[in-house]
Design a protein around this ligand. Structure first.
Ligand code: GLC
Ligand code: MG
Length: 732
């Protein structure tokens, strides 16, 4: 194990994430996960073996939400920052709509890494969206990838099916198929998966058993036990508690008092999002149907923050209205409180303590409960719990022995458990004490972080041994690319290769010699497979980047890692079938062999004749197609998405890896190179060029070499003084 301090990048993309005043429960995307990642990051930053932790989330610049979420960087302490990166525009949108924009997120994070000049030792993704981003980055940089699911698509889908939704409805609303695919992929590549409970591994991840067996580790999240101190502290340290805390307590009491006729009865408390699965209605039924329980205790339900029920989402609206209807049905006025708003920072901890002082019980009747943080908070405060016999609560009760498990679908079981604790003072005390002491033993962030560090250290040394992360950093393509500031990108056929190749080896030697400072890429009309085998045949060094099929595809490194960012970018408005059907109707076009056709490239052979190109453009434009047409060598006609071409792929590379266009030497010979030769880059047209490039003559930064093929490229290297510039040996 090495003792180098760690730099961790953590990704939690959706929801509203900031350091203070978490807007917990404001919407379905701003819940337990937000709190979890903030506290995990905070506590990791306190560990001596952590050098830095950056928590990445989405940058939101939207009047509908606080301005806090629009800050690109929030410095929390000297080791912990929140980094916000924009994707999919500025508006706050729900997580299901973020999928098409995650590649943009990956690309911008690469830029961030390049600007910071520092690659993390670990990428840790939370939930499928953050997992996707972390997975992509871990692949590029060959760094261990850790994943925390928080919840999984297959489990959610099953649940929704049981609720009576159809697959089509579920997919439309939750984009669940895509989420599941992403999760399947993640499970194949993750180096470690962190779960909060054992049940999560068995039941949730168990649904993905066919998708590889990543190593799992159960580390329950920690709790801020200072914040959730036991109820009797309020009496012990009357002078110690600060005023804000006292104020919170007073306002909670005042709020509760508005509802109750008999204020001193024990308080049954529940706290959750207004979500059907939380089964609030089951709880009201249990309370409403048991007169004995009603005479023993009051019930308070804090169900998220609401302003105007009619403005809320369907699921939430349903839950809140049925809450009101049931309250009426069982005539629970004066016995049941449904306060409108709660401030999570101070009022929630006060609430648990008030309920404990009143010798009450915290109840979680959810149909499923992956973790159930509120139960642990309640237990830490000395409030006994009654909880659903599912998921996290099973571990909580087993570890803490602070209450009872119930079947949430049986109202009688719920009320019976509540009564048995409220009526038995000895039992109440035992559960209260157990909760206070055992939470402090099992659920602190210090113990979480200790476990976490123990689990990630071997990951690192393992990869180190294999020489992936440290020994040969240049092997990881991302590591190499963030360190390069200069690039040579060349076409293959008739530019790099084509004559007797006398000078090809000379050029390869130059590339090898300057490998530390100059990257090497090809941009070709060939498919990636054909390009690779052709280069190998001619003994050309492995490129760092392959732009293939005239820019329809982009690959990185020896492993040919496809650039998903590029694919996402060019896919816009691409209608392959429609275009092909239209063009197949033109008699002068001959569809090329199937091997050359790609998802994002349709190719024909066409002899040059006046008006043919105009005819094609007219046909496609009239039919509202978006496309890019490239004609070369008086023969090849390529149709690509409008955002794709060799030149555009090159600009994308420059943008993503932060390599200025002026630091690219670009080499070509024909029409499909034209676009990449134009513009800011330094360009060379080799001596044996085809006539369609004639108009480039005299253009800015376009050098027409006298020599042909590879020798023309070498000539341009001298002409531009490219090597001295790139290596900083200019002045010698
Ligand atoms: C390569 C491809 C072909 C394409 C041509 C021009 O020869 O195989 O499909 O049309 O380059 O880009
Ligand atoms: Mg060529």
């Amino acid at each position: 194990m090495d003792n180098k301090k760690l730099y961790i990048q953590m990704f939690s993309i959706h929801g509203l994430l900031r350091q203070d005043n978490l807007e917990m429960g404001r919407d379905a995307d701003t819940g337990g996960q937000i709190k979890y990642v903030i506290e995990l990051a905070m506590n990791l930053s306190r560990n001596a073996r952590i050098d830095r932790i950056d928590l990445f989330t989405r940058l939101i610049n939207d009047k509908a939400v606080s301005d806090d979420y629009s800050h690109p960087v929030s410095v929390i302490n000297d080791k912990f920052r929140i980094i916000r990166i924009q994707c999919g525009g500025r508006k706050y949108i729900r997580k299901e709509l973020l999928w098409p924009h995650l590649d943009e997120y990956v690309d911008k994070t690469v830029k961030f890494i390049k600007q910071e000049k520092r690659i993390p030792d670990v990428f840790h993704g939370h939930y499928a969206d953050g997992g996707y981003v972390a997975e992509q980055l871990a692949g590029l940089f060959s760094v261990p990838f850790i994943f925390t699911g928080h919840s999984l698509g297959r489990a959610k889908q099953e649940k929704l099916l049981k609720d009576g939704l159809s697959l089509a409805e579920i997919d439309k609303r939750y984009k669940i198929q895509h989420r599941i695919h992403v999760e399947e992929d993640i499970l194949k590549t993750a180096d470690l998966i962190v779960t909060s409970t054992h049940q999560e591994i068995e039941q949730q991840y168990g649904m993905y058993r066919d998708n590889g067996f990543p190593p799992y580790t159960v580390i329950p999240p920690g709790l801020d036990v200072e914040k959730f101190h036991p109820y009797y502290h309020d009496n012990l340290s009357k002078n110690g508690t600060d005023e804000a805390e006292r104020y919170a307590r007073a306002s909670v009491l005042e709020e509760l008092d508005r509802f109750f006729l008999q204020r001193d009865k024990p308080l049954i408390l529940t706290l959750c999002r207004p979500d059907k699965r939380k089964n609030i209605t089951g709880l009201i039924q249990a309370f409403g149907e048991d007169m004995e329980l009603q005479s023993m205790a009051n019930l308070a339900i804090f169900a998220g923050i609401r302003k105007d029920i009619s403005q809320m989402e369907e699921n939430e609206k349903d839950v809140l209205t049925s809450m009101l209807l049931l309250m009426d049905k069982y005539d629970l006025y004066g016995k049941m409180a449904i306060p409108k708003k709660h401030d999570f920072e101070l009022e929630v901890p006060a609430l648990y303590r008030i309920a404990a002082e009143k010798r009450g019980v915290f109840v979680n009747p959810a149909l499923t409960e992956p973790f159930g943080l509120t139960l642990i908070e309640a237990a830490a405060s000395g409030l006994p719990i009654v909880a659903t016999n599912d998921g996290g609560p099973k571990d909580t009760i087993a570890n803490c022995k602070c209450g009872l498990l119930i079947d949430p679908t049986k109202p009688k079981e719920i009320s019976h458990a509540l009564k048995s604790i409220i009526a038995d003072g000895k039992k109440w005390k035992q559960y209260s004490k157990n909760g206070i002491l055992n939470v402090r033993k099992h659920y602190t962030w210090e113990s979480h972080v200790r476990e976490y560090m123990k689990k990630i250290s071997p990951l690192r040394s393992e990869t180190n041994m294999q020489g992936i992360t440290v020994a040969v950093p240049s092997d990881a393509i991302g590591r190499r690319l963030v360190n390069l500031d200069y690039f040579i990108i060349t076409d293959i056929d008739n530019t790099l290769i084509g004559d007797d190749n006398k000078h090809l080896q000379e050029l390869c030697a130059i590339l090898k010699e300057n490998r530390q400072t100059i990257g090497f890429g090809v941009a070709t009309g060939r498919t990636v497979e054909s390009a690779v085998s052709h280069l190998q045949k001619h003994g050309v060094v492995t490129p760092d980047v392959i732009i293939s099929s005239v820019g329809a595809e982009l690959y990185y490194g020896k492993n040919l890692q496809p650039s998903n960012g590029w694919e996402t970018h060019i896919t816009r408005k691409w209608e392959r079938e429609k275009i092909k059907t239209l063009l197949d109707g033109l008699p002068f076009l001959k569809y090329q062999s199937e091997q050359t056709q790609r998802k994002y490239k349709i190719s024909y052979d066409m002899a040059p004749k006046k008006d043919r190109l105009t005819q094609i453009h007219d046909l496609l434009t009239k039919n509202k197609c978006r496309y890019n047409l490239i004609y070369s060598h008086d023969q090849f006609l390529d149709i690509l998405p409008y955002r794709a071409s060799k030149g555009k792929a090159l600009r994308y590379l420059s943008y993503k890896w932060e390599i200025p266009l002026q630091n690219f030497l670009v080499c070509g010979d024909s029409g499909n190179d034209e676009e990449m030769l134009r513009g800011e880059s330094l360009s060379v047209v080799v001596g044996n060029y085809s006539h369609e490039l004639e108009p480039l003559r005299g253009g800015k930064n376009i050098y027409f070499a006298r020599e042909k093929y590879a020798k023309g490229i070498i000539e341009a290297l001298h002409y531009y003084q490219f090597i001295p510039k790139a290596t900083g040996r200019m002045q010698t």
